[in-house]
Design a protein around this ligand. Structure first.
Ligand code: BGC
Ligand code: BGC
Length: 614
């Protein structure tokens, strides 16, 4: 090859990527290679340290927003890190990652789409492709082009706190929708200015773990609303399956994702038959990189390496040798780098292994065009929270809502109905309607971001003559007058659901409606002619006994910022079309799979997979 000194292959955009990678790798010291394998949580380092320790990647975890949580604030923060990377000896560009799992959700003002369980009900890959693209645009606006999504878990137990992050309990449906979302993020050319690198997660079998096998305990952190240490039950637990079943149920989405161009895969914090996935050499290296031909890199999950062995040094050695290429440390990165250095010196990790890891990482950075565009471009900042994106999210909400019961064609409601009572805290709360992974990791109630609540949407939809009254507690004290037989409204809506949660903090042994929820439904039954229950929830809830009290039952899942989509179907502007992507259990016995002992009748769900009235 004829190379002039100013056009070394690593700097020549026209050279083959493999030549550019080899050229660069040959110039790198061991420390620089380790730096490329280090992914640090943004609060744990300053830009100067990116330069000093050759850090190749930085992330915002759940709730990892900058002090100024605006598009400009994000942009400044991310570019600060990116510029620091250009100051290193070789100027290898830094990659910045976020969890934009339902829109660019840590950013205030970003459009929040329904969580994946709702999108599963739409059955519409084209819609997912559009949401992928719109999410990518809002990310690029803030300077990040790496998303820890899609979650391709196939949950087999809805007690799992990550059920809502998953599209469906069905492998084929997860595969179809996740692939479309990935294509929307990455688009045809990963080097395009609006293309975002996807990360199918969590490899493999995260949705198949067994209740009661989790060992993680989340500490009490008052500022996060966690009063006592919380023991996980199923999240990060053990997936106990024979290999054929693991492959058939949980591996298929990865095969499709790799075919569609996936270049990063994140292992699961769960184990497979007692072996931590982060240390599972057979599944990470032989199956994923060998048999499935995955040419990208494996990024560990948050602290995932630490769980491989009680001894941190051993954990690092085992995980890297098993096939982890980049470590989401996430905080004490110097410790990771020191142990890496020692392990390479001692020969516990061979140079060939880190060269393979670094080749994979650099290859992705070249494919993304980062060497040509190492810092982010300001010109896309207006792409956050656009009218088009809000319209897309509203459409997605309308398509995701599932109608489970509708006596005497109670729905759609007439816009001119004289009076509507609305009970329940979930009716008028943008935070509850968005759920976990919204601004903060666990999510929270309240006015946490921009959007339209379900109540606001109802008010905007009904006729000017319609009286809409909301009482979160459902007492309507001024109306009922203690006269129990008097119906005071034509329609009573009860909007109830789950409080926000994320990951193992959402593991729940009991998904039954609470006493308070039941009282709300019973109260509304007394006050209004018709009772419509709207659930704002990340998974099916147990309500078999309350069903007879409802004229109509609607599941809105966790719709996100555009509550208007719920009103669109309630009042008939858009037809109901959503279909359950999880079967809806009749009882907790069924969820716990105890029904297998109870026989066929007990095993029948209340509403089967694919059910949805129109
Ligand atoms: C972080 C999340 C992370 C979680 C894991 C949180 O503090 O914000 O991103 O997934 O911890 O425990
Ligand atoms: C979660 C991942 C997430 C990561 C970064 C982990 O706790 O399991 O899904 O991508 O944190 O926030």
């Amino acid at each position: 090859m004829n190379v002039s000194p100013s056009q070394q292959p690593d700097q020549d955009p026209a050279a083959a990527i493999s030549a550019r990678v080899e050229d660069l790798l040959a110039q790198m010291s061991v420390e620089e290679k380790i730096g490329q394998m280090t992914l640090v949580e943004k609060n744990s380092l300053m830009p100067e340290q990116v330069t000093r320790y050759h850090i190749g990647a930085v992330l915002s975890g759940g709730g990892g927003f900058p002090p100024d949580n605006s598009t400009g604030g994000w942009f400044e923060m991310i570019n600060g890190f990116k510029e620091a990377a250009t100051q290193t000896r070789l100027g290898i560009p830094l990659i910045y990652g976020v969890d934009a799992v339902h829109g660019h959700n840590n950013l205030i003002g970003a459009v929040i789409y329904p969580h994946n369980i709702g999108l599963g009900a739409t059955r519409d890959p084209e819609l997912l492709r559009r949401i992928g693209r719109a999410t990518a645009e809002e990310m690029v606006a803030t300077g990040t082009r790496w998303n820890y999504a899609p979650c391709v878990a196939v949950p087999q137990d809805i007690r799992w706190g990550r059920t809502y992050e998953s599209y469906a309990e069905d492998t084929a449906l997860v595969t179809e929708l996740a692939t479309a979302f990935l294509q929307g993020l990455q688009q045809d050319d990963l080097a395009g200015p609006l293309s975002v690198l996807a990360t199918p997660k969590h490899y493999a079998g995260d949705g198949g773990s067994t209740w009661g096998t989790a060992t993680s305990i989340y500490p009490a952190i008052e500022s996060m609303g966690i009063d006592v240490p919380f023991r996980y039950e199923i999240d990060q637990g053990d997936t106990r399956l024979d290999e054929d079943t693991l492959r058939a149920v949980h591996l298929a989405p990865y095969i499709a994702a790799i075919k569609a161009g996936a270049l990063v895969i994140m292992p699961s914090l769960s184990s497979y038959n007692g072996v931590r996935m982060h240390g599972h050499r057979y599944l990470l290296t032989e199956v994923l990189k060998g048999e499935l031909g995955f040419s990208g890199f494996v990024v560990s999950d948050w602290g995932g390496i630490d769980q491989v062995d009680n001894d941190y040094h051993q954990a690092v050695v085992k995980a890297i040798n098993a096939g982890v290429d980049m470590s989401m440390v996430p905080t004490d990165y110097r410790r990771f780098q020191e142990h890496m250095g020692q392990a390479i010196t001692s020969g516990e990790i061979e140079v060939a292994r880190i060269d393979d890891a670094v080749r994979r990482i650099l290859g992705v950075k070249f494919k993304m065009g980062l060497f040509e565009q190492p810092v982010a471009d300001k010109q896309y900042q207006s792409l956050v929270g656009t009218v088009e994106h809000r319209a897309l999210a509203r459409e997605a909400v309308g398509r995701s809502v599932v109608l489970l019961k509708n006596e005497n064609r109670c729905l759609p409601l007439a816009k001119a109905v004289p009076s509507i009572l609305v009970a329940g805290q979930w009716a008028d709360d943008i935070g509850l309607q968005c759920g976990g992974w919204t601004v903060s990791w666990l999510g929270s109630a309240g006015k946490i971001t921009t959007g339209t609540t379900i109540l606001e949407a109802i008010q905007a939809t009904v006729s000017t003559a319609t009286k809409v009254k909301h009482d979160p507690g459902g007492e309507f004290a001024d109306l009922s007058d203690g006269n129990n037989d008097q119906k005071v409204a034509e329609v009573g809506l009860v909007v109830l659901g789950e409080m926000p949660y994320a990951e193992g903090l959402g593991d729940r042994a009991d998904l039954s409606l609470s006493e308070a929820d039941i009282a709300l439904i019973e109260g509304m039954r007394r006050l209004s002619e018709k009772v419509v229950v709207i659930l704002v929830t990340g998974r099916p809830l147990i309500l078999s006994d309350q069903l007879p009290l409802m004229d109509a039952l609607v599941v809105a899942w966790l719709p996100g910022s555009e509550g208007q989509g719920v009103a669109d179907v309630l009042f008939g502007d858009v037809p109901f079309s959503g279909k359950l992507s999880f079967s809806w259990p009749r009882s907790m016995e069924q969820v716990a799979h105890k029904d297998r002992e109870l026989g066929e009748e007990a095993a029948k769900p209340l509403f089967p997979f694919d059910f949805g009235l129109s």
